[in-house]
Design a protein around this ligand. Structure first.
Ligand SMILES: [Zn+2]
Length: 684
């Protein structure tokens, strides 16, 4: 009996035939992608294309289970397809694997239109946005997904029925005011950012005096304490001095004295700075008394009761109990680690004087340095210390990638894909704009998210309608098959814009509306009514490529922009382009948004986006509209886009909780069942 017999019985013949016939695109063969591909094959999807530009890394193997050690350095997409093929043999399943970038020019509008459904299993915003735009332009349903630690979400996006990826604004990465990092830290992350980007850069990075001055001048111009800024400038000059002597025997000790004693004393002399509410004065550190154990550790600023003084004894106890990287170092150990890592790094800097060093979480020398400096600074400011593991996670912007979360999310993607397929009219395989719409009853699809509340592990919400102001899903897209070597910009303007587009139906067009057009590609202006210098040039000459868009806007901004999506043309055809037989309907543009207020604070470095909206190992956490209130279990210091390596043996122990929880959370139904629980979302 073929493996698909049960699936066919479960889904029914109609839905099962759609599963067999619909061409699926999976973008990404990583954490979610591997799980997803396996699920698709087992359900019986028979025509799958998977694309990924990445190769397999050792650190992937703890969760991307389609890969084995001998596969390291090979293409993820090719290996994933080769492995998954065997899961449902003799069922006629075709998996087309492509090692490449989804943004490659060959992946144009015509290409994406060849799919009935697209599933994103991506790890970065840029590619997500690209696929979203393609799917919106082509009218192909997209299932967007992402995980961040224990959290995750699945968001179906169907043109004209739900919001798209860009309808929900994404928060910009969090950054910190210069003075918080340089003078008045109050959180461990401030100390880590200081160690990683400021002190490390000053001692071992590229010495860029101009950049430094510019940054401080900007901070001053935007209203930060002028005296403090002048002080920071002097400090920068003094750094150049200690940097020169780093290679000497007492070099690291001199750095310690300058950074943790002299600089702190200089800050303390600025009385004004410490008058502000909530500021805690730092305590200068003393090398000798830390070494001989007589140094009085300042109390923790947030401690409700007097803190236990840190002693060598308690550190030793912790050492026995904890794992190497999860043990908090004593003050003396931090100092010794600072001296030692400084020596190691300066030896490297001397050996390769023209090669500035850069922080890398997997480079032990640089991590030790940041660990020690962050903890020493934290101690001086009465801020809690962090372990090596925590500093690695925070400085490396790591969000743990958890196999179980990926598996749950991949399962939910397939369930939502079945919901979408059910809504497609039975007469098609969902390959064109006209036929991809949902049934008249509306799409029975849901945004589903995984939460950390054991009582309500899965939540869902109805997809929101598209934001009328969205510049991605509300614009007009036109497939434009063109031979770029023969079509000139003048032809495009005269034949297509002035003639063909005139026949389109413009919403609320008055008889006397004279249309004047401006033509862009990306951010480049190619032509407008007073600028025809490029008219004689071919599109190829203007560096217009397949996969790009020629964007046409009316000068008054009355209507939506129209994007002509460049697809491969026929080299023999006359004229050298082909357009849809029916000109489009052009809706009115929404009213212009109010101008944004300028950002209040000058910013410093580091990409530390707020947790709730991060784009993590395999995705972004839930958008604001679908976000449960308690989405804060990830340390507020983790951030986007960096993959986490496999933990070393004995290094990290993940709680077994997620496995138990996953068993309890088994989702048994394809369709979502609402439970009236009085909450503002429902539970599966
Ligand atoms: Zn949108």
């Amino acid at each position: 009996m073929p493996r698909s017999t049960y699936t066919e019985a479960l889904l029914g013949p109609e839905l099962y035939s759609k599963v067999r016939d619909t061409k699926i695109l999976v973008v990404g063969a990583g954490g979610i992608g591997c799980e997803l591909l396996k699920n698709l094959v087992l359900v019986g999807f028979a025509d799958i294309e998977i694309i990924d530009l990445d190769t397999i890394d050792l650190s992937n193997l703890n969760r991307q289970f389609l890969f084995r050690k001998p596969d390291i350095s090979k293409s993820k997409a090719l290996v994933a397809a080769a492995t998954a093929r065997h899961f449902n043999p003799s069922s006629g399943i075709e998996i087309h694997a492509r090692h490449g970038n989804v943004k490659d020019s060959m992946n144009d509008l015509e290409w994406i239109k060849g799919f009935g459904l697209v599933m994103n299993a991506l790890d970065n915003m840029d590619a997500r946005r690209h696929v979203n735009r393609l799917c919106q332009a082509a009218g192909v349903p997209l299932i967007e997904s992402g995980t961040a630690g224990y959290l995750g979400q699945v968001t179906p996006m169907i043109k004209d029925h739900t919001e798209c990826f860009d309808c929900v604004p994404k928060p910009t990465p969090k950054s910190f005011p210069v003075c918080t990092i340089r003078s008045t830290p109050s959180e461990p992350i401030h100390c880590i950012v200081w160690g990683k980007t400021y002190l490390f850069g000053k001692l071992f990075g590229e010495d860029d005096e101009d950049l430094d001055t510019e940054e401080l001048d900007q901070a001053k111009a935007s209203g930060e304490n002028a005296e403090e800024i002048e002080n920071l400038k002097k400090e920068a000059a003094a750094f150049r001095e200690v940097r020169k002597g780093l290679g000497e025997e007492d070099g690291p000790q001199r750095v310690f004295h300058k950074v943790f004693n002299e600089d702190i004393n200089r800050l303390l002399a600025m009385e004004d700075m410490w008058k502000k509410e909530g500021r805690v004065k730092p305590v200068p550190l003393l090398y000798e008394s830390i070494i001989d154990g007589s140094f009085q550790v300042p109390p923790l600023r947030n401690a409700p009761v007097a803190p236990q003084p840190q002693t060598e004894g308690s550190a030793k106890q912790a050492e026995k109990k904890g794992l190497k990287d999860q043990r908090e170092l004593s003050l003396k150990e931090n100092l010794e680690l600072f001296i030692d890592s400084c020596k190691r790094l300066s030896a490297r800097a001397i050996a390769y004087p023209n090669l500035p060093l850069a922080f890398d979480k997997d480079d032990d020398d640089t991590l030790d340095f940041v660990l020690a400096t962050a903890n020493l600074r934290a101690t001086a400011y009465g801020i809690a210390n962090k372990t090596r593991f925590q500093v690695k996670e925070m400085a490396g912007n790591i969000i743990p990638a958890i196999a179980t979360t990926n598996a749950i999310i991949a399962g939910l993607i397939v369930m939502q894909s079945l919901n979408i397929l059910k809504t497609l009219s039975s007469s098609n395989s969902g390959t064109s704009t006209e036929t991809n719409g949902a049934s008249s009853a509306g799409p029975a699809v849901r945004n589903v998210f995984l939460r950390t509340d054991p009582a309500k592990p899965l939540g869902f919400s109805e997809p929101q309608r598209a934001d009328q102001k969205c510049s991605v899903c509300r614009d007009v897209y036109i497939p434009f098959r063109v031979d770029l070597t023969r079509c000139t910009l003048g032809q495009f303007v005269n034949d297509i814009i002035k003639n063909w587009l005139e026949t389109a139906s413009f919403e609320s067009r008055e008889e006397n509306d004279e249309l004047e057009w401006t033509i862009f590609e990306g951010g480049r202006l190619l032509a407008d009514p007073d600028f025809d210098d490029n008219h004689e040039r071919t599109l190829e000459d203007l560096d217009i490529k397949r996969g790009k868009m020629l964007t046409v806007r009316d000068e008054d901004g009355k209507w939506r922009p129209i994007h002509f999506c460049i697809c491969e043309g026929d080299a023999q055809a006359t004229p050298p382009y082909a357009l849809p037989s029916r000109p489009p309907s052009i809706p009115l543009a929404p009213p212009a948004p109010a101008p944004r207020e300028a950002s209040e604070e000058p910013i410093l470095l580091d990409s530390m986006p707020p947790v709730a909206a991060v784009s993590a190992q395999n995705g972004s956490a839930a958008p604001a509209s679908a976000q449960p209130a308690e989405v804060v279990p990830i340390a507020s210091t983790t951030a986007a886009g960096i993959k986490r390596g496999a933990p070393e043996d004995g290094d990290v122990r993940l709680d077994g909780e997620e496995e138990v929880a996953a068993k309890k959370r088994k989702v048994e139904q394809v369709a979502v069942t609402k439970v009236d629980n009085g909450d503002d979302f429902e539970i599966l």
